[in-house]
Design a protein around this ligand. Structure first.
Ligand code: 13P
Length: 285
């Protein structure tokens, strides 16, 4: 069923766990993520956004994601990832999306506030919650580029930004980057704690692929309640296709290749869900 509202996010924040935001591109990845949510019986967010729309077509992919989520026995939200476009936000809300991300991180602080505030007004009128971004999360969302961390989120600006926009969740830049990197990423956990201290909303960590588990759990102890994962799933998909190819080519068999890739993505998503939603011990962080 469709997961609506910010209840699951608030519950994740309260228990120092995180709602996984998984990126989907096509039928098989949508089905894989639904299956992972059902196997674990945990709420997840299915994220089909601009780059996937360029591949599959916006209306078709949006309808696919919303219908697959609505038909599932698990609670699945459908989230628009990294949108810079208010018209796209409106279209996705009309298609049944349950949350959206307005990404004004390329703008000046005041323009980011103005754009985000408009998106929040539009989304809240439709009962849809909003994530925004402050600071710059470097890297390509669809291809690993061994990115270096971008401009970090300033805690004082974060407090001002949340108050001025009324946003429901804030994506932060604390050393995290999109995609895999050659050297492991080190999050600035002190900065994250400082942001958490002055912002009343759950924080979002993009770029979780390849992040060591202890870094990820450290982030969950410092206000992160939503974690975005993409490259990890893409790699599972492609590795499976590569493994299948020699036999699949012999029989020109696409069905077994797609089925195996779907299972591989589901298994990768289950591993992430288990990590992000495991029972946590109390810490002093
Ligand atoms: P990764 O590709 O590093 O997992 O990042 C995903 C993401 O942040 C999507 O917004």
């Amino acid at each position: 069923m469709l997961l609506r509202g910010t209840g699951a996010l608030a519950e994740a924040a309260r228990t120092r766990r995180a709602l996984p935001g998984f990126v989907a591109y096509n039928l098989e990845t949508v089905q894989a993520l639904v299956s992972a949510a059902e196997r674990t019986d945990r709420p997840v967010l299915l994220q089909a956004g601009a780059s996937a729309f360029r591949h599959a077509g916006r209306d078709l992919l949006a309808q696919l994601a919303v219908s697959a989520a609505a038909a599932s026995t698990a609670e699945i939200g459908v989230h628009l990832d990294h949108s810079r476009d208010l018209d796209e936000i409106t279209t996705c809300i009309e298609a049944g999306y349950t949350s959206v991300m307005i990404d004004g991180s390329h703008l000046s602080f005041s323009d980011n506030i103005a754009l985000t505030r408009t998106a929040v007004r539009r989304a809240h009128d439709a009962g849809v919650w909003v994530e925004a971004e402050l600071g710059a999360i470097a890297g390509n969302e669809d291809v690993s580029t061994d990115a270096e961390a971008g401009a970090m989120t300033d805690p004082r600006q974060a407090a001002e930004f949340v108050a001025a926009t009324g946003v429901d969740a804030l994506a932060v830049a604390v050393g995290n980057v999109h995609g895999f990197t050659d050297r492991p990423v080190a999050l600035d956990l002190d900065r994250l704690a400082a942001i958490h201290e002055v912002t009343p909303v759950p924080l979002v960590l993009h770029g979780a692929s390849g992040l060591p588990a202890e870094q990820l759990l450290g982030a969950l102890d410092r206000g992160v309640a939503k974690v975005n994962v993409n490259a990890e799933l893409r790699r599972a998909y492609l590795q499976s296709v590569a493994d299948q190819l020699p036999t699949a080519l012999a029989g020109a068999d696409v069905v077994s290749t797609w089925s195996a890739a779907r299972s591989a993505v589901a298994d990768a998503a289950v591993r992430t869900i288990n990590l992000l939603t495991a029972e946590r011990r109390k810490t002093n962080a």
